[in-house]
Design a protein around this ligand. Structure first.
Ligand SMILES: NC(=O)c1ccc[n+]([C@@H]2O[C@H](COP(=O)([O-])OP(=O)(O)OC[C@H]3O[C@@H](n4cnc5c(N)ncnc54)[C@H](OP(=O)(O)O)[C@@H]3O)[C@@H](O)[C@H]2O)c1
Length: 288
């Protein structure tokens, strides 16, 4: 991956990271697919992807385990741990002050890491936010996580989070955001920009529905690119947005890496706005 063309985001702490990452949902679910999944994660690292998103939920820990194997190989091969930005998530039922300690320790064991770069509450459950924040703070003091954040929080949830002690230290909110699901542009994304808090965009391809969307083809043809690259380049140009597409296929991974060099022009953007209109009113958060 050419670092000169690599879009970046800045976290509230001031740390800068590549905007484009890799997702791991549906990995680690089947022993028969394990070696292929390992190969695709190794390729992702070889291609220069450094931001990798996973969760204790994915494959019931299986995604973290296969990622752990890939990371172990890369680190033994000389990759610096500080280059990587590894993100995992705690299930809401484990998100009590105490529960996050055990959940995080288990994630770290599977990932074969001593520290997570970012630990997210996967979605909001019954545990009061203040308890979860205290748990995250404790994990930071123990050195098990560097940053913490949330996922699937709408604007109201974010405001509530900011009202609890320590809540303003939230580093990111990971939500569904794609050309097909632009609701966050109405209020959440502008609010996060004011807080200088990157928005992690999950399902950037609408789980595959966008990758051959007819409305993307003319733009793609003008740039000798693929529709999936247009969908990704569009997210990357938003600023402060970190798309985390999942790709097991090697060609897909290469295309996604190359999408970082694709620059959409005003004509492209107007055409995309006509096909995928921006929200004109508050829209409930899309979730998967
Ligand atoms: N926080 C949350 O609640 C939440 C929810 C959902 C997802 N996520 C995270 O976000 C990640 C991404 O979301 P997702 O996996 O649901 O959906 P996605 O990234 O929108 O779509 C994945 C699909 O797109 C295909 N694909 C990837 N690159 C492609 C390319 N260049 N050309 C054509 N097809 C391509 C993949 O195929 P192949 O795999 O065959 O390459 C796969 O079928 C997840 O893996 C997970 O880490 C978080």
């Amino acid at each position: 991956m050419d670092r000169a063309t690599q879009p970046e985001v800045v976290f509230p702490s001031g740390e800068t990271r590549p905007a484009l990452g890799v997702g791991t949902w549906r990995l680690g679910e089947s022993a028969a697919r394990r070696s292929a999944e390992l190969a695709s994660l190794r390729l992702a690292l070889e291609l220069g992807f450094r931001v990798i998103d996973t969760a204790e939920m994915y494959g019931d820990g299986g995604a973290e385990a296969v990622l752990g194997q890939a990371l172990d190989g890369a680190l033994r091969g000389g990759m610096q741990r500080s280059e990587l930005f590894i993100v995992s998530k705690v299930l809401p039922q484990h998100a009590s002050e105490r529960g996050v300690q055990a959940a995080c320790e288990a994630s770290l064991r599977r990932l074969q890491l001593e520290q997570l770069d970012l630990y997210l509450l996967h979605w909001r459950g019954d545990v009061p936010l203040a308890d979860t924040v205290r748990g995250f703070e404790h994990l930071q003091r123990r050195g098990l996580i560097r940053l913490w954040g949330v996922s699937n929080f709408d604007s109201q949830d974010m405001r509530e989070l900011f009202s609890v002690p320590g809540g303003r230290a939230c580093a990111t909110n990971q939500v569904y955001y794609s050309l097909g699901e632009r609701g966050v542009e109405f209020d959440l994304l502008p609010w996060q920009r004011v807080q200088q808090m990157p928005l992690m965009a999950y399902c950037p391809f609408d789980q595959g529905a966008l990758v051959d969307h007819p409305a993307l083809r003319p733009v793609a043809e003008r740039h000798r690119a693929t529709p999936s690259q247009v969908a990704l380049a569009w997210l990357l140009r938003q600023g402060g947005v970190m798309p985390i597409p999942k790709a097991r296929n090697a060609v897909h991974l290469r295309h996604n890496a190359a999408a970082q060099g694709l620059r959409l022009d005003a004509e492209d953007l107007a055409e995309l706005d006509r096909a995928f209109p921006p929200p004109r009113q508050p829209t409930p958060l899309a979730v998967r």
